[in-house]
Design a protein around this ligand. Sequence first.
Ligand SMILES: Cc1cc2nc3c(=O)[nH]c(=O)nc-3n(C[C@H](O)[C@H](O)[C@H](O)COP(=O)(O)O)c2cc1C
Length: 257
Amino acid sequence: MKKLPTITTEIGRYFLTDRIREEVDFSTTPQSRGVRPPPVQMPAPPGSRIIPLPDKEAWSIPPYDLETAIANRESHRRFTAGALYLEELAFLLWATQGVRGARHDAAVLRTVPSAGCRHPFETYLAIMRVEGLESGIYRHLPIDHALVHVREIDNLTAHLTAATHGQSFVGHAAVTFIWTAIPKRTEWRYAEASFKVIALDAGHVCQNLYLACAAIGAGSCAIAAYNQTLVDDLLGVDGYEELSIYMAPVGKITEEQ
Ligand SMILES: Cc1cc2nc3c(=O)[nH]c(=O)nc-3n(C[C@H](O)[C@H](O)[C@H](O)COP(=O)(O)O)c2cc1C
Protein backbone atom coordinates (compact mmCIF):
# COMPACT_ATOMS: atom_id res chain seq x y z
CA MET A 1 0.00 0.00 0.00
CA LYS A 2 1.25 3.50 -0.85
CA LYS A 3 2.59 5.26 2.26
CA LEU A 4 0.61 8.44 2.85
CA PRO A 5 1.76 11.34 5.07
CA THR A 6 0.42 12.05 8.55
CA ILE A 7 -2.12 14.88 8.82
CA THR A 8 -1.48 17.92 11.03
CA THR A 9 -4.07 20.19 12.63
CA GLU A 10 -3.06 22.94 10.18
CA ILE A 11 -3.60 20.71 7.17
CA GLY A 12 -6.83 19.31 8.61
CA ARG A 13 -8.32 22.75 9.21
CA TYR A 14 -7.15 23.92 5.81
CA PHE A 15 -8.94 20.88 4.32
CA LEU A 16 -12.19 22.07 5.93
CA THR A 17 -11.97 25.44 4.20
CA ASP A 18 -12.38 26.04 0.47
CA ARG A 19 -9.10 27.98 0.10
CA ILE A 20 -7.68 25.31 -2.19
CA ARG A 21 -10.05 26.53 -4.92
CA GLU A 22 -8.08 29.80 -5.05
CA GLU A 23 -4.85 27.85 -5.56
CA VAL A 24 -5.81 25.26 -8.14
CA ASP A 25 -5.18 26.14 -11.76
CA PHE A 26 -8.43 24.81 -13.22
CA SER A 27 -7.17 25.42 -16.76
CA THR A 28 -4.89 22.38 -16.35
CA THR A 29 -7.41 19.85 -15.00
CA PRO A 30 -8.03 16.71 -17.08
CA GLN A 31 -11.48 18.10 -17.93
CA SER A 32 -10.03 21.38 -19.23
CA ARG A 33 -7.42 19.46 -21.22
CA GLY A 34 -10.16 17.50 -22.98
CA VAL A 35 -9.33 14.18 -21.30
CA ARG A 36 -12.33 11.81 -21.22
CA PRO A 37 -13.73 11.38 -17.70
CA PRO A 38 -13.25 8.10 -15.83
CA PRO A 39 -16.17 5.64 -16.17
CA VAL A 40 -19.20 6.49 -13.98
CA GLN A 41 -19.37 2.87 -12.83
CA MET A 42 -16.48 0.47 -12.38
CA PRO A 43 -17.19 -2.41 -14.77
CA ALA A 44 -17.74 -5.95 -13.50
CA PRO A 45 -14.71 -8.18 -14.15
CA PRO A 46 -15.27 -10.51 -17.13
CA GLY A 47 -16.87 -13.80 -16.12
CA SER A 48 -18.10 -12.54 -12.75
CA ARG A 49 -21.48 -13.53 -11.34
CA ILE A 50 -24.09 -10.81 -11.96
CA ILE A 51 -27.28 -10.73 -9.91
CA PRO A 52 -30.03 -8.55 -11.45
CA LEU A 53 -31.96 -6.48 -8.92
CA PRO A 54 -35.78 -6.44 -9.00
CA ASP A 55 -37.18 -3.53 -11.01
CA LYS A 56 -38.62 -0.57 -9.12
CA GLU A 57 -42.06 -1.22 -10.68
CA ALA A 58 -42.11 -4.67 -9.03
CA TRP A 59 -41.25 -3.50 -5.51
CA SER A 60 -43.86 -3.64 -2.77
CA ILE A 61 -42.19 -1.10 -0.45
CA PRO A 62 -45.02 0.64 1.43
CA PRO A 63 -45.20 4.45 1.19
CA TYR A 64 -43.52 6.10 4.18
CA ASP A 65 -44.02 9.64 5.42
CA LEU A 66 -40.84 11.72 4.99
CA GLU A 67 -41.58 13.92 8.01
CA THR A 68 -41.88 10.80 10.20
CA ALA A 69 -38.65 9.38 8.77
CA ILE A 70 -36.77 12.61 9.49
CA ALA A 71 -38.27 13.08 12.96
CA ASN A 72 -37.38 9.50 14.00
CA ARG A 73 -33.98 9.26 12.35
CA GLU A 74 -31.51 7.75 14.76
CA SER A 75 -28.54 5.42 14.79
CA HIS A 76 -29.38 1.76 15.43
CA ARG A 77 -26.87 -0.69 16.82
CA ARG A 78 -29.19 -3.60 17.65
CA PHE A 79 -30.68 -5.67 14.89
CA THR A 80 -33.05 -8.64 14.82
CA ALA A 81 -32.01 -11.93 13.23
CA GLY A 82 -34.32 -11.12 10.31
CA ALA A 83 -33.16 -11.04 6.70
CA LEU A 84 -33.73 -8.33 4.12
CA TYR A 85 -35.65 -9.19 0.98
CA LEU A 86 -33.80 -8.55 -2.25
CA GLU A 87 -36.32 -5.85 -3.21
CA GLU A 88 -35.64 -4.07 0.10
CA LEU A 89 -31.92 -4.12 -0.66
CA ALA A 90 -32.67 -2.82 -4.16
CA PHE A 91 -34.70 0.00 -2.58
CA LEU A 92 -31.83 0.97 -0.24
CA LEU A 93 -29.38 0.94 -3.14
CA TRP A 94 -31.72 3.11 -5.21
CA ALA A 95 -32.07 5.56 -2.29
CA THR A 96 -28.30 5.84 -1.86
CA GLN A 97 -26.92 5.68 -5.42
CA GLY A 98 -29.89 5.13 -7.74
CA VAL A 99 -29.58 6.53 -11.25
CA ARG A 100 -32.35 8.93 -12.19
CA GLY A 101 -31.08 10.11 -15.54
CA ALA A 102 -28.10 10.87 -17.73
CA ARG A 103 -26.66 14.34 -18.16
CA HIS A 104 -24.55 13.08 -21.09
CA ASP A 105 -22.69 9.82 -21.65
CA ALA A 106 -20.04 10.74 -19.09
CA ALA A 107 -22.22 11.85 -16.15
CA VAL A 108 -25.31 10.35 -14.58
CA LEU A 109 -27.77 11.98 -12.23
CA ARG A 110 -28.48 10.03 -9.06
CA THR A 111 -30.80 10.16 -6.06
CA VAL A 112 -28.08 11.96 -4.07
CA PRO A 113 -26.23 15.15 -4.99
CA SER A 114 -22.53 15.13 -5.84
CA ALA A 115 -20.15 18.03 -6.46
CA GLY A 116 -19.85 18.56 -10.22
CA CYS A 117 -22.03 15.44 -10.72
CA ARG A 118 -18.84 13.39 -10.37
CA HIS A 119 -20.31 10.66 -8.09
CA PRO A 120 -16.98 9.23 -6.90
CA PHE A 121 -18.38 6.25 -4.97
CA GLU A 122 -18.76 2.53 -5.46
CA THR A 123 -21.05 0.66 -3.06
CA TYR A 124 -19.85 -2.67 -1.68
CA LEU A 125 -22.13 -4.86 0.38
CA ALA A 126 -20.97 -7.26 3.08
CA ILE A 127 -24.01 -9.51 2.96
CA MET A 128 -24.93 -11.71 5.91
CA ARG A 129 -28.71 -12.12 5.57
CA VAL A 130 -30.37 -11.13 2.34
CA GLU A 131 -32.95 -13.56 0.95
CA GLY A 132 -31.67 -15.46 -2.07
CA LEU A 133 -28.04 -14.33 -1.74
CA GLU A 134 -25.16 -16.27 -0.24
CA SER A 135 -23.14 -14.46 2.38
CA GLY A 136 -20.14 -12.60 0.96
CA ILE A 137 -18.94 -9.36 -0.58
CA TYR A 138 -20.90 -7.90 -3.49
CA ARG A 139 -20.73 -4.60 -5.40
CA HIS A 140 -23.60 -2.52 -6.71
CA LEU A 141 -23.73 -1.78 -10.44
CA PRO A 142 -26.08 1.25 -10.41
CA ILE A 143 -26.15 1.69 -14.20
CA ASP A 144 -27.06 -1.97 -14.75
CA HIS A 145 -29.33 -2.12 -11.68
CA ALA A 146 -27.53 -5.28 -10.59
CA LEU A 147 -25.01 -6.66 -8.13
CA VAL A 148 -21.71 -8.28 -8.96
CA HIS A 149 -20.41 -11.00 -6.66
CA VAL A 150 -16.94 -9.98 -5.49
CA ARG A 151 -15.81 -12.75 -3.13
CA GLU A 152 -16.81 -15.24 -0.45
CA ILE A 153 -15.40 -14.58 3.00
CA ASP A 154 -15.16 -17.21 5.74
CA ASN A 155 -16.47 -15.89 9.05
CA LEU A 156 -17.58 -12.50 7.71
CA THR A 157 -18.95 -11.55 11.15
CA ALA A 158 -15.49 -11.75 12.72
CA HIS A 159 -13.89 -9.89 9.80
CA LEU A 160 -16.39 -7.03 10.03
CA THR A 161 -16.00 -6.75 13.80
CA ALA A 162 -12.20 -6.68 13.56
CA ALA A 163 -12.30 -4.22 10.65
CA THR A 164 -14.38 -1.79 12.72
CA HIS A 165 -12.18 -1.85 15.83
CA GLY A 166 -14.39 -4.36 17.65
CA GLN A 167 -17.78 -2.74 16.93
CA SER A 168 -19.47 -6.13 17.07
CA PHE A 169 -22.92 -4.87 16.05
CA VAL A 170 -21.52 -4.36 12.55
CA GLY A 171 -20.84 -8.08 12.29
CA HIS A 172 -24.42 -8.84 13.31
CA ALA A 173 -26.11 -6.65 10.70
CA ALA A 174 -28.01 -8.22 7.81
CA VAL A 175 -25.89 -6.25 5.37
CA THR A 176 -23.18 -3.63 5.75
CA PHE A 177 -22.87 -0.93 3.12
CA ILE A 178 -19.21 -0.04 2.53
CA TRP A 179 -18.62 2.93 0.26
CA THR A 180 -15.33 3.36 -1.53
CA ALA A 181 -14.20 6.55 -3.24
CA ILE A 182 -12.41 6.61 -6.58
CA PRO A 183 -10.76 10.06 -6.22
CA LYS A 184 -9.87 10.31 -9.94
CA ARG A 185 -13.54 10.73 -10.84
CA THR A 186 -13.71 14.00 -8.93
CA GLU A 187 -10.09 15.01 -9.60
CA TRP A 188 -10.89 14.94 -13.32
CA ARG A 189 -12.81 18.16 -12.73
CA TYR A 190 -11.57 19.63 -9.45
CA ALA A 191 -7.94 18.40 -9.11
CA GLU A 192 -6.69 19.06 -5.55
CA ALA A 193 -9.98 20.78 -4.69
CA SER A 194 -11.66 17.36 -4.79
CA PHE A 195 -11.03 15.94 -1.37
CA LYS A 196 -13.33 18.01 0.80
CA VAL A 197 -16.22 17.62 -1.64
CA ILE A 198 -15.72 13.86 -1.80
CA ALA A 199 -16.12 13.71 1.97
CA LEU A 200 -19.18 15.97 1.78
CA ASP A 201 -20.71 13.78 -0.93
CA ALA A 202 -20.45 10.71 1.32
CA GLY A 203 -22.65 12.29 3.98
CA HIS A 204 -25.58 12.65 1.61
CA VAL A 205 -25.40 8.99 0.69
CA CYS A 206 -25.47 7.77 4.27
CA GLN A 207 -28.28 10.12 5.28
CA ASN A 208 -30.46 8.72 2.50
CA LEU A 209 -29.71 5.24 3.80
CA TYR A 210 -30.88 6.20 7.30
CA LEU A 211 -34.14 7.65 5.92
CA ALA A 212 -34.83 4.79 3.51
CA CYS A 213 -34.29 2.20 6.25
CA ALA A 214 -37.30 3.61 8.10
CA ALA A 215 -39.61 2.51 5.27
CA ILE A 216 -38.64 -1.16 5.60
CA GLY A 217 -38.50 -1.55 9.40
CA ALA A 218 -34.71 -1.44 9.33
CA GLY A 219 -32.11 0.71 11.02
CA SER A 220 -28.57 1.79 10.31
CA CYS A 221 -25.58 3.45 11.94
CA ALA A 222 -22.91 5.52 10.20
CA ILE A 223 -19.42 4.12 10.80
CA ALA A 224 -16.29 6.19 10.32
CA ALA A 225 -14.20 4.35 12.93
CA TYR A 226 -12.72 1.47 10.96
CA ASN A 227 -9.33 0.01 10.17
CA GLN A 228 -8.47 1.34 6.72
CA THR A 229 -6.19 -1.55 5.76
CA LEU A 230 -8.54 -4.29 6.98
CA VAL A 231 -11.57 -2.82 5.21
CA ASP A 232 -9.66 -2.15 1.97
CA ASP A 233 -8.29 -5.71 2.10
CA LEU A 234 -11.76 -7.15 2.75
CA LEU A 235 -13.01 -5.49 -0.44
CA GLY A 236 -9.84 -6.15 -2.43
CA VAL A 237 -9.21 -2.45 -3.24
CA ASP A 238 -5.75 -0.87 -3.32
CA GLY A 239 -6.42 1.90 -0.77
CA TYR A 240 -5.17 4.67 -3.07
CA GLU A 241 -6.89 4.70 -6.47
CA GLU A 242 -9.92 3.23 -4.69
CA LEU A 243 -10.28 3.46 -0.93
CA SER A 244 -12.99 2.72 1.60
CA ILE A 245 -14.43 5.97 3.00
CA TYR A 246 -17.57 5.22 5.02
CA MET A 247 -19.66 2.27 6.21
CA ALA A 248 -23.15 1.61 7.51
CA PRO A 249 -24.53 -1.68 8.84
CA VAL A 250 -28.22 -2.27 8.18
CA GLY A 251 -30.56 -4.70 9.91
CA LYS A 252 -34.20 -5.18 10.74
CA ILE A 253 -35.21 -3.49 13.97
CA THR A 254 -38.83 -4.65 14.07
CA GLU A 255 -39.96 -8.29 14.04
CA GLU A 256 -41.86 -9.34 10.92
CA GLN A 257 -45.66 -9.04 11.27
C1 LIG B 1 -19.36 10.73 10.29
C2 LIG B 1 -19.97 9.85 11.35
C3 LIG B 1 -19.21 8.79 11.85
C4 LIG B 1 -19.77 7.93 12.80
N1 LIG B 1 -19.04 6.85 13.22
C5 LIG B 1 -19.58 6.00 14.12
C6 LIG B 1 -18.90 4.81 14.50
O1 LIG B 1 -17.82 4.49 14.02
N2 LIG B 1 -19.50 4.01 15.41
C7 LIG B 1 -20.73 4.29 15.94
O2 LIG B 1 -21.21 3.50 16.75
N3 LIG B 1 -21.41 5.39 15.59
C8 LIG B 1 -20.88 6.25 14.68
N4 LIG B 1 -21.59 7.33 14.26
C9 LIG B 1 -22.95 7.57 14.78
C10 LIG B 1 -22.95 8.69 15.83
O3 LIG B 1 -22.38 8.22 17.02
C11 LIG B 1 -24.39 9.16 16.06
O4 LIG B 1 -24.88 9.77 14.87
C12 LIG B 1 -24.48 10.14 17.22
O5 LIG B 1 -24.16 9.52 18.44
C13 LIG B 1 -25.88 10.75 17.33
O6 LIG B 1 -26.86 9.72 17.46
P1 LIG B 1 -28.07 9.62 16.41
O7 LIG B 1 -27.48 9.32 15.06
O8 LIG B 1 -28.91 8.47 16.91
O9 LIG B 1 -28.77 10.93 16.41
C14 LIG B 1 -21.07 8.18 13.30
C15 LIG B 1 -21.82 9.25 12.78
C16 LIG B 1 -21.28 10.05 11.80
C17 LIG B 1 -22.13 11.14 11.20
